[in-house]
Design a protein around this ligand. Structure first.
Ligand SMILES: CC(C)(COP(=O)(O)OP(=O)(O)OC[C@H]1O[C@@H](n2cnc3c(N)ncnc32)[C@H](O)[C@@H]1OP(=O)(O)O)[C@@H](O)C(=O)NCCC(=O)NCCS
Length: 242
């Protein structure tokens, strides 16, 4: 049924994204794929949009993982690392990560190397200076301060999503002090870590991809330099169904 999905091979990352509308018609079917705990979580959200976002993201993730692991999506059991990163105990080599923002869901899969993704809606109102002062280190903040408002916001989002993608890749999430990661990204395409504190990771081992998905969203993927992004696929009902 999913013969149009690209092949996943070792260290060749596949990225998938969709908007909620792309898969909303099948939401009941995706909900049915979720475990009892996941269904309970889906019911706990205050807003329907958040519940739909969770249901579709987790449901599509199950379908993709089921496809690439050749198992029934419902049979997958997620475990969680200390800071909440989901993983599959039965398939430890399968690496994946999910991010959602507004109408968008972003997923990435890889065999072997860690990866993390983050997507942010650029148009949302955000206190750039306040957040940068708190979560960026002095050099990063100084670089931002010299920019005009438009470029400042743009660079801010790239740096922010890069930091989030990295802390998601290593599974630490916001438990990691974002000031401990110094990101250089003079051009959006060349994000790299120049300094990293309080971590055993070597910055030279890491690589960042800025992902062009749809306008007004900034998305970054962080992974080990030995892996590369092989393809980016816009999912719709012709590609994934529950
Ligand atoms: C992970 C985190 C960075 C997410 O940031 P965000 O911008 O709000 O959300 P995103 O949409 O980008 O990502 C959410 C997804 O990341 C994944 N995720 C959750 N925790 C993660 C972690 N520590 N590392 C990597 N990925 C994580 C999940 O798949 C989640 O999606 P789901 O809830 O649909 O399963 C942030 O929530 C965090 O750090 N949480 C940690 C909280 C914590 O320390 N918990 C400890 C007890 S569990």
């Amino acid at each position: 049924m999913f013969h149009q999905l690209p092949t996943l091979t070792r260290k060749n990352i596949l990225v998938f994204f969709f908007t909620l509308n792309d898969l909303l018609k099948d939401i009941a079917g995706f909900y049915a794929l979720l475990s009892k705990d996941e269904q309970k979580k889906a019911q706990r959200f205050s807003f329907e949009k958040d519940s739909n976002q969770y249901t579709l993201a987790r449901g599509a993730l199950r379908v993709l993982l089921g496809h690439y692991l050749n198992v029934v999506p419902q049979s997958l059991t997620f475990s969680y690392h200390k800071y909440g990163k989901p993983y599959l105990e039965d398939f430890p080599e399968m690496q994946f990560n999910v991010s959602h923002s507004q109408e968008m869901v972003l997923l990435a899969l890889n065999y072997e190397d860690l990866l993390g993704v983050d997507i942010e809606y650029e148009e949302r109102s955000v206190d750039v200076d306040g957040i940068a002062r708190r979560f960026f280190n002095d050099k990063e903040y100084a670089r931002l301060r010299n920019l005009d408002a438009i470029n400042k916001k743009r660079l801010f989002f790239y740096q922010w999503t890069a930091k989030e993608a990295f802390v998601k890749a290593i599974g630490r999430g916001i438990a990691f002090n974002l000031r401990d990661i110094e990101i250089a990204s003079d051009a959006e395409e060349e994000i790299r870590i120049v300094n990293l504190h309080n971590s055993n990771e070597n910055p030279a081992d890491w690589i960042f991809y800025t992902l062009s998905l749809i306008p007004r969203y900034v998305a970054v993927l962080a992974t080990k330099a030995s892996s590369k992004v092989l393809g980016i696929k816009h999912l719709d009902r012709s590609l994934v169904q529950p």
